[in-house]
Each structure stands twice: as C-alpha cells, then as structure tokens.
Write a protein that binds this ligand. Structure first.
Ligand code: URC
Length: 302
C-alpha cells in the first residue's frame, strides 16, 4: 500500500430491497383472483452522506421499502405489474423529497386457473411456466416514468423449416451447410414504451408474445422458413412493433440451443435401416447467442 490519498467521486448509486415476494388474493364472491409477484426497489438520493460519512439520516431503510410494497398492494391492489411499479415509483418520489430517482423491477409468477373438463376453476391454480413476465420502471424527479416490459425463459423448438448455410467458409469452419435442422431457443425480449398513459400493458405483453411465437412457428400446417436465427429474431421484432403501437423499441436475445444428431455410423455392428427414429443430443452449453434491438425510425419530415 502506497498510503497515497486517492481523490474519488461517487458517480452512481442506488439501494433498495430485492426479491420482495407477495401474493395478492381478491375474492369476488366465489371467484378468486390471484397475482404473485417479486419486487425489487431501488432509490437514489440527492446526496451521498450515507456512503461518504456513515450518516444514515436520509436513508429510507430497505426494510421500509419492503413494507411500502406490501402496504401499496393492500391499499391499491396490483392491476398489472407495470401499473404497480409506476405506483411505487410515484410514491417514493412524492413521499421523500430527497429521493431523486427510483427504479422498480417486478416479475410475475404465471398462475393459471386449473381447467377441469374444459372449465376454468374458480379458486384453484396451476403454475404454468411457459415464460416469465417482467417489467422495469424508472422515474427521475420531475420526469415522467419510463417503462420497459419483457419476457424471458420462453423455450421454443421447431423440427424443420430452419436452415443455416453460405456463411463464412475459411480455415476455421467445420460446420457444414444445412438445409433442414432443428431450431430451439429460449427467448428473452424487452421492449420500451413511448408512453405509460392509456396503455393496456397486459394486452401489449400478450401481443408481443404472440408476435414472437407467430414469426417463429408460422402457419400451423406449413410453418415458416428460417434462414438463420438472426433473420427470425429481426422479423419477430418487426412484427411486435407493427402490432403494438405504444412500443418504440424492442431488444431480443435468442440463444441457439443446439441439438446434435447422434452418429449411429459409430455402431457398425448394428443394423438401423428401416428405423425411422432420429435421435438428437440436446446440448445446453455452449450455445450460440444472437441479439439485436430495433426501433422505429423517426418519421421522415416533409
Ligand atoms: O442461425 C444461426 N446463426 C449463426 O450465427 C450461427 N452460427 C452457427 O454456428 N450456427 C448458427 N445458426
């Protein structure tokens, strides 16, 4: 240690409670409604006395932030995770004048009603984890809230109508051109709203999910051809922006989860002719990883 006095400044800070879990139950007669969420809060203060000098007098304890989540859920209810996150941001900024910025991230547990003989149950649910819905709202003092919504862990696969060929052919390449391959990915998508006013966040979220599935799968009886993960990703993003007017930017990440064909030529003493079963080896790691964000072009000024 040189013992030299280092000159520093804090350039970013925030603190809050992570993973505040709560279940909201609303009983309307015999029909019950549930929402289970996990909330992360974060506040940024107008000074750093806490970090610099150990002066806690401006700290709204993370424990109090956690209590606030429960109290606002009780008082106002959770319509959509986005609305609840906006409510929390507003509350923290209005209640504490020395808070200059807030960030609230929420994930929702995908409870669906159990269906018995095609009929939805009034009070029994099944956790149907096709994917996780999340949102992140950021708001600075004297500014409007900015909303991002997203989905993750949406694992999809198709067994044909996917090819990958005519890519760089040099001394590093071993992968052959393929006309027909399995395509499996775990979709993560996040999108930015141009406004939070009069947005039906549930409808928008369903709209993006449907856009992604439609572009990935294509028509039920024929499918849709994918020349690469990159192209499918881009077309899914374009479809989402075409369908949901309140979104002006979207980013998607698509890992290319490889399924390698098992080579039965390695068993020369066995006879496989006439066997129709194709056997693949699912391989989680490594995976390709394809990412892109698109946004609406500012409309041309005449
Ligand atoms: O759709 C694909 N895009 C790639 O960039 C890539 N790279 C690779 O090895 N396989 C694939 N597939």
């Amino acid at each position: 240690m040189s013992g030299e006095i280092v000159q520093t400044e804090i350039i970013d800070s925030g603190y809050g409670k992570k993973f505040v879990k709560l279940l909201q139950l609303r009983r309307e007669g015999k029909i019950h409604y549930v929402k289970e969420v996990e909330v992360n809060t974060e506040l940024t203060l107008n000074n750093h006395r806490d970090y610099l000098f150990g002066d806690n007098s401006d700290i709204v304890a993370t424990d109090s932030q956690k209590n606030t989540v429960y109290i606002l859920a009780r008082q106002y209810g959770i319509q959509s995770i986005e609305q609840f996150a906006i409510l929390l941001c507003n509350h923290f900024l209005n209640k504490y004048q020395h808070v200059v910025a807030t960030k609230v991230y929420i994930e929702e547990a995908p409870w669906k009603r159990i269906e018995i003989d095609g009929q939805e149950h009034v009070h029994a649910y099944l956790l149907s984890k096709t994917c996780t819905r999340f949102c992140e709202i950021k708001q600075k003092r004297n500014e409007i809230p900015h909303a991002i919504s997203g989905l993750k862990d949406l694992r999809v696969m198709k067994t044909t109508m996917s090819a990958f060929k005519t890519f760089v052919n040099d001394e590093y390449r071993t992968l052959p051109d393929v006309d027909d391959r399995l395509f499996c990915t775990v979709v993560e998508a996040r999108w930015w709203y141009s406004t939070v006013q009069n947005v039906d966040f549930d409808k928008a979220w369903e709209g993006v999910k449907t856009s992604i599935l439609k572009v990935f799968a294509g028509a039920p009886d024929t499918g849709i051809f994918s020349p690469s993960v990159q192209n499918t990703l881009y077309l899914a993003e374009k479809e989402a922006l075409a369908n949901i007017p309140h979104i002006d930017k979207i980013e998607m990440t698509l890992p290319n989860v490889h399924y390698f064909s098992v080579d039965f030529n390695r068993f020369p003493k066995l006879e496989f002719s006439g066997c129709q079963n194709e056997i693949y080896m699912p391989t989680d790691k490594p995976s390709g990883n394809i990412r892109a964000a698109i946004q609406r072009k500012p409309s041309a000024k005449l």
